[in-house]
Write a protein that binds this ligand. Structure first.
Ligand SMILES: O=C(O)C1=C[C@@H](OP(=O)(O)O)[C@@H](O)[C@H](O)C1
Ligand SMILES: C=C(OP(=O)(O)O)C(=O)O
Length: 435
């Protein structure tokens, strides 16, 4: 197990490129695999999660050639193969959910499983919705959790799906629906959380030549269509960039993050408003963002805060920002309320709980409720656990940069979404060491 040692940093400065978007990389790989013709994907993210998607596409018969700056994908036009083995999707919830519908397009049976964390990710709502569309998809356990078995066949028709646990269920059905035997009508019932991710799905489906009709009442209609191969460039990731921008806001100095687009569909763009409301200065240009923060006052004893002020924020559409915003709140002046985050309990870990637990080890006053965290700024150094959750590693690093003397056990998890995280942080002048 790797340990990350974080020392106190002074002002940081520099320009770095945001890693490519994890969400768009998963989607681009799947659509290039389902498309007719040869696609070229430029600047995809190669991280543990997206490699799980890439390997799953290969197991389904797709030819993918990796190159330095991207990859070439020979599309299958939806003619997939039966995987020779169980699909081990490791830690990637997105891959698990998206592949559950897609494997119904392959002949035979597919079995989808993953690591200890992935086998706790809820699936039942997706399985129920798929059964109404003529897909035989079951949990091998009695609790709706992976492993999941999917049999060949996707008739299509009408179905509904709960939108309160994961938008990935909705994206999963939409992405493969053009290849169902009949048109698909899907209605989202109840709360519709993480909605921007569905907009990202529709955005890239359109880029690969498939149109979905949205109707009032959260209804989606898809006719049978075939994806067309494309030359597609993956944009930068606002969730990963949130750690870089937050470091500048907490420590002072000026950081420019390149490859972040102003017109992006990513809901995690919300980090710009959050940092601005907390007191950082933000300049968003067409394809880059500059964040300036004031220097923290130097204190040598007790709990430490940055010049940032507290925030009240609803993260219903941006659950992946929960760890980042909790870390910002942990070093801000005053008490912050983060609401709308119950669905963050169904991620790699129950992040409402694991963030509360780990921040309290650093002396932070945190109150956990089902759907919210209340956090009063003021932290000190200490030893914390990642619970094998990449976003815990990167967000707890932020606290350590201000307090100094933070050690994070199980730090290798950052490789799930941001494989060069330590290097990029060091390039900006953050003293972190992998032990
Ligand atoms: O569709 C996607 O790419 C994602 C959707 C979100 O999940 P939920 O819809 O389960 O909130 C997000 O947390 C995840 O990291 C990526
Ligand atoms: C929840 C996440 O990803 P996934 O659902 O793909 O595991 C994440 O990246 O924070």
């Amino acid at each position: 197990m790797v340990e990350l040692k974080v020392e106190k940093a002074s002002e940081i400065k520099g320009a770095v490129k945001a890693p490519p978007s994890k969400s768009y990389t998963h989607r681009a790989l799947l659509l290039a695999c389902l498309a007719r013709g040869q696609s070229r994907l430029r600047d995809p993210l190669y991280s543990a999660d997206t490699l799980a998607t890439l390997k799953a596409c290969q197991a389904l018969g797709c030819d993918i050639e990796l190159e330095d700056e991207g990859c070439t994908v020979q599309g299958t036009a939806g003619e997939l193969k039966t995987p020779e083995n169980v699909l081990n999707l490791e830690n990637s919830g997105t891959t698990l959910r998206f592949l559950t519908t897609m494997t119904s397009l392959a002949p035979g049976c597919s079995v989808l499983t993953g690591d200890n964390s992935l086998r706790t990710r809820p699936m039942q709502d997706l399985l129920d919705s798929l059964q109404k569309l003529g897909v035989a998809a079951y949990s091998t356990r009695s609790n709706g959790l992976p492993p999941v078995v999917v049999k060949s066949g996707f008739s299509g028709g009408k179905s509904d799906i709960k939108g309160s646990v994961s938008s990935q269920y909705i994206s999963s059905i939409l992405l493969s629906a053009p290849y169902a035997q009949n048109p698909v009508d899907l209605q989202v019932v109840g709360a519709f959380k993480s909605r921007p991710y569905v907009e990202m799905t529709l955005d890239i489906m359109d880029k690969f030549g498939v149109q979905c009709r949205q109707e009032p009442g959260n209804k989606f209609h898809l006719d049978q269509q075939t994806y067309q191969a494309r030359d597609y460039t993956i944009e930068g990731d606002y969730s990963s960039a949130s750690y870089l921008m937050s470091a500048a806001a907490i420590l002072g100095g000026e950081v420019t993050v390149l490859n972040l687009f102003k017109d992006s569909q990513q809901g995690d763009k919300l980090i710009l408003d959050i940092l601005e409301k907390m007191g950082a200065s933000i300049k968003a240009r067409e394809d880059q963002v500059t964040v300036k923060g004031d220097s923290p006052e130097s204190k040598t004893t007790g709990k430490i805060t940055s010049p940032l002020t507290s925030i009240d924020v609803n993260l219903e559409n941006s659950p992946d920002l929960l760890p980042t915003v909790a870390a910002l709140a942990a070093v801000a002046q005053g008490t912050s309320h983060i609401v709308g985050v119950e669905h963050a309990r169904y991620k790699e870990t129950d992040r409402v709980h694991t963030m509360a637990l780990e921040l309290s080890k650093l002396g932070v006053d945190v109150t956990e409720e089902r759907d919210s965290l209340t956090i009063t700024g003021g932290a000190h150094g200490g030893v914390v656990e990642s619970h094998t959750d990449h976003r815990l590693v990167m967000s707890l690093t932020l606290v350590g940069l201000l307090t100094g003397e933070v050690r994070i056990n199980g730090a290798e998890a950052y490789q799930v979404s941001f494989p060069n995280f330590p290097q990029v942080m060091e390039d900006l002048g953050c003293p972190i060491k992998i032990i």
